[in-house]
Design a protein around this ligand. Structure first.
Ligand code: NAD
Length: 248
């Protein structure tokens, strides 16, 4: 039980095929009590119920400071603490540079980058009072390789921004006992790619990956457990690539 007595908040965790829900399931199986924050339409309460009655679903858009603050107060009222935040909510839009509108840019950066900032801001005071905490930010291989297979340049920029924000928070918050680390997933089979790639295209991509396959949501969940638990007690400001070797 690597996460016994830990309370974790996972944003964008309600999609049952997504990285967030896989992480919620795995963390719960390691003893964590889990709060899932997601948009109303994603039904976070129902997702939390699937984990068991002791878990919680809260409705908030990560882009809305008041909603995020209220949701965090709800979680603190129920569990009394927050040990781990997984900044997982994200959206992608396949676009060419010249086609990115101001609205596209705002939408993508708002969820990944502003969302990571707002959710971190909301949990930091509780983590400071506790004298401990682990913030995990889900970036993307798109930030590193300059362009995703599906995300546009604004998605790469948002995810690169997450890397910078996380490192700066790691430097600032280390003496408060708060660690901040990033995961850069490669291509993982979730709803974010559903219907966007043919089976042939997926097989073609898999051939270019040293481990010979696309990622599974559990591959990211495992990395979250490592970064959320004491196994990574001396890691902060780290970017953990979970991409099957895509960048070698
Ligand atoms: P997904 O689309 O299955 O899940 C994203 C979740 O975020 C959904 O539940 C959605 O409702 C939620 N969400 C969207 N906007 C939100 C908002 N404003 N507030 C709260 N929740 C919101 O996608 P996924 O593949 O599970 O992706 C999870 C994270 O991993 C994202 O940040 C994504 O960019 C990143 N990522 C995914 C891949 C991949 O290949 N799947 C690769 C690299 C990075």
């Amino acid at each position: 039980m690597l996460l016994a007595d830990k309370v974790v908040l996972i944003t964008g965790g309600a999609g049952l095929n997504g990285l967030g829900f896989a992480t919620a399931l795995q963390m719960a199986s390691h003893g964590a009590r889990v709060a899932i924050m997601d948009l109303e339409g994603a039904k976070p309460a129902e997702a939390a119920k699937q984990l068991g009655d002791e878990h919680l679903g809260v409705v908030a858009s990560v882009t809305d400071k008041t909603a995020v603050d209220n949701a965090v107060q709800q979680i603190l009222a129920k569990f009394g603490r927050i040990d781990i935040l997984v900044n997982n909510a994200g959206i992608t839009q396949p676009r060419k540079t010249v086609d990115i509108s101001a609205a596209d840019y705002d939408a993508v950066l708002d969820v990944s980058l502003r969302g990571t900032l707002l959710c971190s801001q909301a949990v930091i005071p509780a983590m400071e009072r506790q004298g401990s905490g682990s913030i995990i930010c889900i970036s993307s291989v798109s930030a590193q390789r300059g362009g995703g297979i599906l995300g546009g340049p604004h998605y790469s920029a948002a995810k690169a921004g997450v890397l910078g924000l996380a490192r700066a928070m790691a430097r600032e918050l280390g003496t408060a006992g708060i660690r901040v680390n990033c995961i850069t997933p490669g291509l993982i089979g979730t709803d974010i790619i559903k219907g966007k790639l043919t089976e042939d295209r997926k097989a073609e991509i898999a051939e270019t990956i040293p481990l010979g396959r696309l990622g599974h949501p559990n591959d990211i969940a495992g990395a979250c457990i490592f970064l959320g638990s004491e196994l990574s007690a001396y890691c902060t400001g780290v970017t953990l690539d979970v991409n099957g070797g895509m960048l070698i």
